[in-house]
Design a protein around this ligand. Structure first.
Ligand SMILES: NC(=O)c1ccc[n+]([C@@H]2O[C@H](COP(=O)([O-])OP(=O)(O)OC[C@H]3O[C@@H](n4cnc5c(N)ncnc54)[C@H](OP(=O)(O)O)[C@@H]3O)[C@@H](O)[C@H]2O)c1
Length: 404
């Protein structure tokens, strides 16, 4: 297996294509397809070795099937938007091709993130004898694999997980999002949610806040929000009592978001404007900078990881696993900021795991269901090293003390 078809030549898709093109021993044949051929041409010009490009509208299942039949990939990596997940999975089923993505399906008309739609494909993928690997970006993705590693190698039982996501970078813009603006704003304006003792508990958007001390970055205000990996991790981590997800936002970001929300610019229902139906969030996306355009002046680092509390040999244990990535360094390597980089490198390692058979199985899987160690060794070599820290008594007291 050595043929890959990447769909979506955006900020993260560009990183996937460039990193595959640096490893021709693994990826002998690379095709990048997107809605606009011009997006593919820009990425191809950045690749160290030649890749094929193609135009496709991935909402059109027949067009994607035709492309798959022409390219004959061993794996299709979906780097388009979550709206395209189901049509691309349908195309993979029809053409008999393996599938991978980095974000779960969302219907356009509702900001709702659930694996149920994609998990429902399991039996059909089994019957067809093919594999779907869901959520192989950073979070979801690497964070799930940190959890699998902690379960396999560090703990007997994990009771509490806090996934902590900090972007301490500065892009110099008053307001911009680090990945697709529409998807990002739908994520942060929805109601918050976490899981405790078997129940999902909802909160108002960004209603719970804590200062979290991030490795290599320091303390940052962080907000509890719902993130899709929580849904699969509650099924796949044994003995879990609580899982929460936290993300940092600066004061400027929160101020702009409040105003935009208050005036209705983040609405995703249609409104009439001069006799034409528009969706305010889609219009806002048109005004905001493309995430790929933020890359050249970006400074600072991301710091993303998981903090675990549980038991080992009958004694309480707390550990953290994290990665920190520097925006300026990733720009030097692949002309991309660190959020695109941390999203785009993991699918390349996941594809390698699949090609070598380290990750195998027929049906639909989340990444924590596969062996963690070979993936983590590979992803570190490709640019995302990971570190295990002991969490001493009294550390992260504010985070652990938040009443949820
Ligand atoms: N797991 C993680 O850690 C993580 C983090 C961030 C983002 N993500 C996910 O990564 C994906 C890409 O994000 P991004 O920031 O790279 O977004 P982006 O820059 O907006 O790129 C998305 C690309 O998808 C292409 N596209 C959109 N609709 C399409 C269609 N119908 N057919 C074919 N191509 C289509 C667009 O192509 P054209 O340019 O050709 O129009 C665009 O370039 C999203 O699903 C996002 O949710 C995951």
């Amino acid at each position: 297996m050595d043929r890959v078809l990447i769909i979506g030549a955006g900020a993260a898709g560009s990183v996937v294509a460039q990193k595959c093109a640096m490893d021709r021993d693994t990826f002998k044949h690379i095709t990048l397809a997107s809605r606009r051929l011009s997006s593919c041409e820009k990425v191809a010009a950045l690749c160290q070795t030649p890749i094929e490009i193609a135009q496709v509208d991935a909402d059109d299942v027949a067009a994607t099937v035709a492309l798959i039949k022409k390219v004959k990939p061993d794996l299709l990596i979906n780097m388009a938007l979550p709206y395209q997940d189901l049509p691309i999975m349908d195309a993979c089923l029809e053409a008999g091709t393996n599938y991978m993505d980095t974000a779960n399906y969302e219907p356009r008309e509702e900001a709702k993130f659930e694996y149920s739609w994609q998990w429902a494909y399991h039996d059909r993928f089994v019957d067809k004898g093919i594999t779907a690997i869901l959520g192989c970006g950073f979070d979801p993705g690497v964070t799930n694999i940190y959890c699998a590693y902690a379960q396999e190698h560090l703990f007997d039982e994990i009771h509490y997980i806090d996934i902590v996501d900090c972007n301490a970078g500065d892009h110099g813009k008053a307001f911009a999002t680090n990945f697709n603006p529409e998807i990002n704003l739908r994520e942060v304006t929805q109601r918050g949610k976490y899981w405790k003792e078997g129940e999902w508990i909802e909160t108002d958007p960004l209603a719970i806040k804590a200062m979290i001390d991030y490795p290599e970055v320091g303390p940052r205000a962080s907000y509890l929000l719902y993130h899709e990996e929580e849904e699969s991790l509650v099924k796949n981590i044994r003995g879990l009592k609580q899982i929460r997800f936290w993300m940092t936002f600066g004061e400027e970001y929160i101020k702009h978001l409040d105003v935009l929300t208050n005036v209705g610019m983040t609405r995703i229902d249609p409104v009439m404007h001069k006799g034409v139906e528009i969706i305010p969030m889609e219009f806002l996306k048109t005004l905001l900078p493309e995430p790929s355009s933020l890359a050249d002046d970006y400074t600072g680092k991301t710091s993303i990881g998981c903090i675990f509390r549980g038991l080992k040999d009958g004694k309480p244990l707390a550990k953290m696993i994290y990665n920190s990535t520097d925006h300026a360094e990733t720009f030097k390597e692949v002309s991309a900021q660190a959020v695109s980089y941390t999203t785009g490198v993991p699918p390349v390692s996941g594809a390698k795991m699949f090609f070598t058979g380290e990750w195998s199985g027929k049906g639909v899987f989340n990444v924590e269901q596969f062996p963690a160690k070979p993936f983590l060794e590979d992803v570190a070599k490709r640019g995302l090293p990971w570190y295990v820290l002991d969490v001493a008594d009294g550390e992260h007291a504010e985070l652990f003390g938040v009443e949820t």
